[in-house]
Write a protein that binds this ligand. Structure first.
Ligand SMILES: Cc1cc2nc3c(=O)[nH]c(=O)nc-3n(C[C@H](O)[C@H](O)[C@H](O)COP(=O)(O)OP(=O)(O)OC[C@H]3O[C@@H](n4cnc5c(N)ncnc54)[C@H](O)[C@@H]3O)c2cc1C
Length: 512
């Protein structure tokens, strides 16, 4: 770590930054008081600390803005979980990639920790940093151009990390192409989902979003702007994809594209037996007749999680053949007397299916409720037993407004990113309990977080892992167990690319 008491070399130029909000103009950092200083010579309001009048390190010139106004800091001291709050000292809204380089180098000199923040939809403070610098990537949101491979129905697009997936797919659909894999919700940043993995109903066919990246441009924790891919600096590429922001901030990614369908055939198939439901999901994951396979577990009137709905989607032309319902449903053992849905949807409307529900939750003030989510990856061979135990453990409990329980299969052969840790099983299952709770009842939220930790332990002992987007307190030993045989390479990359351990402290992977 750098010596926090070392005075920095004075920079040549003292400059106010472009476009700063009045009253929040950061021009310098006081390394003795550990505080940012505004143009008026006062400490920046964020810290509330008094400066000693010691020598200040000028903040270098930026194309974007560095802000410290309390409202902005409070917003970045929160996330979709709404239960962890760490207040940063300043926020960079970069006007260029060069700004990210400049500020990460500056933070290295001063020993200031840094976290990238996309849409802040992590749930447990993962994108927060106490007293450090947040790099909001939303201003780095350029997309394209889309490069179509003539006649092949494939292509690539290079997008900046702050772009959200809804904007990316809008741009690619104009060329008849699409990223192959989507998260259920599209308003997440590319950088944010590539840092965790990016799982969706198409993962059984195409892997995770991280498996569909051909190149990255990143700023390492040491402040180097580097390009990496499977063949160029492959160690860095492997350390950044699903790397929880530990080694570098992603500034842009080149994404693989495939032919988009115009419409899709969407099925909801009810089941009354967990083992049959999971077996049919596995069948569909392995025979590729559907482009998308997910599933939901629903409670009965008494609150027991004993209803199962398999969701499967076949892509129509030009991505696939004209859907034939009889062929698609052949051999499936769903309850034909239950509520079966079969409908044709516009492709984008299908991808964007959560938007209307999210708008309703926002309007009702429920989107800002606490979300102590639990996301576990179960070994396929014990998925039925583990899922039964976990579901029985939450029987009678309300997952809250908009809260759902999801379970769906993945195919290990198509998951090739080392840091996206999967159980050693050909068909692992994602089990996600997406709780929504009143944030006023913090005792209940904390109790849920503790129950999540216990559920994780049950799964870990059985050879499972967690998908690290939820709310599970992880010790350094837990992280080692999570990364297993990938740990030594991950730790070596951290040492190489973020030697001062500045990046993403909120994940607690390398910092207790
Ligand atoms: C409603 C909803 C639905 C979801 N559905 C799915 C789903 O279907 N599948 C799925 O896989 N996930 C899903 N998620 C989880 C989501 O993918 C992750 O929480 C993701 O990290 C959120 O992206 P973000 O832009 O909000 O990232 P943030 O919350 O801002 O950041 C998350 C982490 O990534 C790091 N990070 C962010 N940007 C960068 C960058 N440019 N470079 C390096 N590190 C960075 C942060 O420092 C932090 O550690 C869902 C989340 C929500 C809220």
């Amino acid at each position: 770590m750098p010596d926090r008491h070392r005075l920095p070399q004075p920079l040549n130029r003292r400059t106010a930054l472009h476009g700063l909000a009045a009253g929040a103009a950061v021009i310098a950092f006081d390394p003795l008081a550990r505080t940012w200083v505004t143009a008026a010579g006062h400490p920046a309001p964020a810290t509330g600390r008094t400066t000693t009048g010691g020598p200040f390190a000028d903040v270098p010139p930026l194309d974007g803005t560095l802000v410290t106004d309390p409202a902005a800091l409070a917003a970045d001291a929160d996330d979709f979980g709404h239960s962890v709050h760490r207040t940063p000292a300043a926020i960079l809204r970069p006007g260029s990639v060069a700004d990210v380089v400049t500020m990460i180098r500056f933070c290295n000199d001063q020993g200031i920790q840094v976290a990238a923040r996309g849409q802040g939809h992590a749930t447990n403070g993962q994108a927060q940093v106490d007293g450090g610098l947040i790099v909001e990537t939303a201003t780095l949101n350029a997309i394209g151009p889309v490069r179509a491979q003539q006649g092949a129905g494939t292509g690539t697009v290079t997008v900046q990390a702050g772009a959200v997936w809804s904007a990316v797919v809008h741009a690619t659909l104009a060329q008849g192409l699409t990223p192959p894999v989507f998260t259920d919700y599209l308003e997440l940043s590319v950088g944010g989902t590539l840092s965790v993995g990016g799982l969706g109903g198409q993962t059984h066919l195409y892997g995770a979003q991280v498996d569909n990246v051909t190149q990255l441009q990143v700023v390492t924790g040491a402040g180097e702007l580097l390009t990496c891919s499977a063949t160029r600096r492959p160690d860095l590429f492997r350390a950044v994809l699903a790397g929880l922001g530990q080694c570098a901030v992603i500034v842009s990614a080149t994404l693989r594209l495939v032919t988009a369908p115009v419409t899709v055939r969407h099925f909801l198939l009810p089941y009354t037996d967990l083992a049959t439901f999971l077996d049919d999901q596995r069948l569909l994951a392995e025979d590729d007749r559907f482009a998308y396979v997910e599933g939901e577990v629903v409670p009965d009137a008494a609150g027991a999680f004993t209803g199962y709905v398999l969701e499967a989607v076949a892509y129509g032309p030009p991505a696939g053949p004209e859907p034939d319902d009889t062929a698609l449903l052949a051999g499936l053992r769903y309850d034909t007397s239950g509520a079966v849905t079969a409908e044709t949807l516009d492709y984008f409307d299908f991808l964007n299916r959560l938007a209307a529900g999210v708008a309703a939750l926002e309007q009702a003030g429920l989107w800002s409720w606490a979300h102590p989510w639990l996301n576990l990856l179960l070994p396929g061979d014990s998925a039925a037993t583990l899922a039964r135990t976990l579901l029985d453990g939450i029987a009678g409990q309300d997952t809250g407004p908009g809260g759902v329980v999801l379970i769906y299969p993945l195919v290990s052969d198509r998951l090739r990113t080392p840091l996206l840790r999967m159980p050693a099983d050909p068909v692992p299952y994602l089990l996600a309990v997406l709780w929504t709770m009143d944030p006023a009842d913090q005792a209940a939220v904390q109790a849920r977080a503790a129950a999540n930790a216990a559920a994780y332990e049950t799964v870990r002992v059985a050879g499972g892992t967690q998908y690290p987007v939820g709310t599970i307190a992880m010790s350094p030993a837990d992280w080692r167990a999570q990364y297993g045989r990938s740990w030594p390479e991950f730790a070596a990359a951290k040492q190489r690319y973020d030697p001062n351990r500045l990046l993403a402290p909120g994940q607690h992977v390398f910092t207790p």
